[in-house]
Design a protein around this ligand. Structure first.
Ligand SMILES: NC(=O)c1ccc[n+]([C@@H]2O[C@H](COP(=O)([O-])OP(=O)(O)OC[C@H]3O[C@@H](n4cnc5c(N)ncnc54)[C@H](O)[C@@H]3O)[C@@H](O)[C@H]2O)c1
Length: 327
């Protein structure tokens, strides 16, 4: 077998499995470390037999060290993702974040792994000072008492550790801050699947438009990037990014939650009328990345939200039985 040797932590997750499939398709050897706490090996069914599965908890130092053996680049994605977990399981979020990062750095050091890729998050900015937001905006934790920031804190710690441990010891450390990636089988604790499943239960409503409850007044914005475009950007950053470089991968297509809900409604052939609700504390009103830096490496997202969104509610309609009981 030719190609480079990659270890992808979190490789059976939504973003990880897309990356693993891309690397395998590009002729590389890939080892996947995941405990399947949130991931599913079924996501890698198309490439069964073409990757090595290494079942382990990223908090286990010996296992992570063994997984690093013979590897040329570690792509570190294992993390507890999903907004509702930031509020309900903040200790777990930080435990996986901090121990996982320490173990990955130690494993790389023990086995002379030259390159490290880190998946961070747009959440490191909380309320960014400008929108679109570029990579130089300050990272912040507005309130250490709000459990929501467990996730952002874990990402900030990971970035600072990767950069400072990696400055001298690695040939290259590259970080991507994803901005709201969507696609089929993206998990259940995110706004697109939640809207899709809510709409599924309301689609036969006699009312027209259908009353559709949401969190907040619906004027909050996000910029959603389709998984295929996102993975293109990640691979580009991994291959071409500067040592210690940080790159946004996302789109400039900013939509309000009202617009998103309307689009999901259209996917079910229904018009909706949003019913505003309470917004959990700690969310931010606008998020849209400045993508000039990754664009200079050749990144150009191809899918508009209108083009790629419809398959996502369709997937959740067909796979609603996989949803955790309370969704
Ligand atoms: N999806 C997005 O839009 C988005 C946005 C910003 C950042 N991210 C980051 O990208 C990465 C991947 O996110 P995702 O959307 O694929 O989430 P995901 O939950 O689908 O994937 C995370 C993976 O990590 C694994 N994992 C969790 N705890 C583990 C542990 N202790 N040991 C081993 N494996 C463990 C899970 O089983 C899962 O497969 C994460 O680091 C996440 O924080 C994602």
């Amino acid at each position: 077998m030719s190609g480079r040797k990659y270890l992808v932590t979190g490789g059976t997750g939504f973003l990880g499995s897309a990356l693993v499939k891309r690397l395998v398709r590009d002729g590389h050897q890939v080892r996947v470390l995941d405990d399947n706490s949130r991931g599913r090996a079924a996501r890698l069914a198309d490439i069964e037999g073409h990757y090595e599965y290494f079942p382990a908890d990223v908090r286990d130092p010996e296992a992570v060290s063994r997984a690093c053996q013979g590897i040329e680049m570690v792509c570190h994605l294992a993390f507890v993702n999903g907004t509702e977990f930031f509020y309900t399981k903040p200790e777990l979020v930080l435990d996986v974040a901090v121990k996982g990062m320490v173990n990955v750095l130690d494993g790389c050091k023990a086995h002379d792994v030259p390159d490290l890729f880190l998946m961070s998050s747009s959440e490191v900015y909380q309320t960014p000072p400008r929108v679109p937001t570029d990579e130089t905006a300050p990272l912040s934790i507005p309130d250490p008492l709000n459990p929501r920031y467990s996730y952002a804190a874990g990402k900030i710690i990971s970035e600072i550790m990767a950069i400072n441990y990696g400055r001298q010891r690695f040939r290259r450390v590259v970080t991507v801050r994803p901005h709201n990636v969507y696609g089929a089988d993206m998990g259940f604790e995110h706004v697109v699947p939640q809207f899709a499943l809510r709409m599924r239960t309301l689609k036969d409503s006699a009312a027209d438009p259908v009353p559709f409850p949401i969190q907040g007044d619906g004027r909050q914005t996000r910029s959603f990037v389709y998984i295929d475009d996102f993975t293109d950007g990640v691979v580009l950053a991994m291959n071409e990014g500067d040592h210690l470089g940080i790159y946004h991968v996302g789109t400039l297509e900013e939509v309000t939650m009202i617009e998103l809900a309307e689009k999901v409604g259209q996917c079910f052939g229904r018009r909706i009328q949003v019913v505003p609700g309470k917004l959990p504390e700690g969310g931010t009103n606008r998020r849209c990345p400045d993508i000039a830096k990754i664009s200079r490496l050749g990144y150009a997202p191809k899918f508009t939200l209108d083009a790629a969104l419809p398959q996502v509610p369709r997937w959740y309609d067909e796979h609603a039985h996989l949803a955790p009981a309370k969704s």
